[in-house]
Structure formats: structure tokens, C-alpha cells
Design a protein around this ligand. Structure first.
Ligand SMILES: [Zn+2]
Length: 127
């Protein structure tokens, strides 16, 4: 189905003249009339199934991260679902950065503690 450029009436694809106003209709098919698949919502079961993936022993975590990348770009699903997948990835990235900062802080703290301990031990030997 296409649309008349002159009056906007719907015209069968094989018609040369608009049946409404008589204008010639050899223009491209209306892009809005093209059958683009509508993004689907994710069902409750779909969300439950997805949230169980990280619980798979050994491979669950890495499979989940890979799937989040795939879901983040899956245009057959609704935008809010893709945004959720991206948000999960961003939260994981923030978690990893915070963990690294925490580990470095603990190493620095432990190193300082052992230095103080060594100083105390050598002081004992001197006196
Ligand atoms: Zn027309």
C-alpha cells in the first residue's frame, strides 16, 4: 500500500493514478507503511529466566555478561529492556572499579601496618 503525494489517500501498489484525485502515483512507497517488526516486551517468565543465568555454575557469570551485551543491542525487544541490560553492564563496571580501588586501599593499608610492625620489632631488638 502506498499514499498519494497530492491528496494523501491510500492507493494500491499497482495503481498508476490516484483513485481519489487522479494524480500520478509513480512515487516511492511510504516508508511509514513498510512492515518493520514492532519491538516486543519481555515477559515475566523471560525476566525470571534471564535472572537465573548468573546462577549457572562456573560459566553463569561470563555467559550473563555476554548476554547483557547481546540484549543491549537487541532491537527486537522494547527499548526499556535494552536500557535495563545496558544499566546492568554499567553497574557491573562501577562495581569492578570500586573493587579494584578497595583492593588497592587494603594493600596500601596492610603494607603500612607491616612497616609499623617491622619498626616495632627492630626497636625491640635494639633495646
Ligand atoms: Zn490523490
Amino acid at each position: 500500500m502506498k499514499y498519494c503525494q497530492n491528496c494523501g489517500a491510500q492507493i494500491e501498489d499497482d495503481r498508476i493514478y490516484c483513485p481519489n484525485c487522479g494524480a500520478q502515483t509513480n512515487m516511492p512507497v511510504n516508508p511509514y507503511a513498510v512492515n518493520t517488526p514492532k519491538p516486543e516486551p519481555v515477559s515475566i517468565g523471560g525476566f525470571i529466566g534471564r535472572s537465573l543465568i548468573p546462577l549457572i555454575p562456573f560459566v553463569g557469570g561470563i555467559v550473563y555478561i555476554i548476554m547483557l551485551f547481546i540484549w543491549g543491542g537487541d532491537t527486537t525487544k522494547e527499548e526499556s529492556f535494552r536500557n535495563w541490560a545496558k544499566a546492568q553492564l554499567i553497574m557491573m563496571a562501577i562495581g569492578i572499579v570500586l573493587s579494584i580501588i578497595l583492593v588497592i586501599a587494603l594493600i596500601v593499608f596492610a603494607a603500612g601496618f607491616f612497616d609499623a610492625f617491622k619498626d616495632a620489632a627492630s626497636a625491640d631488638i635494639i633495646y
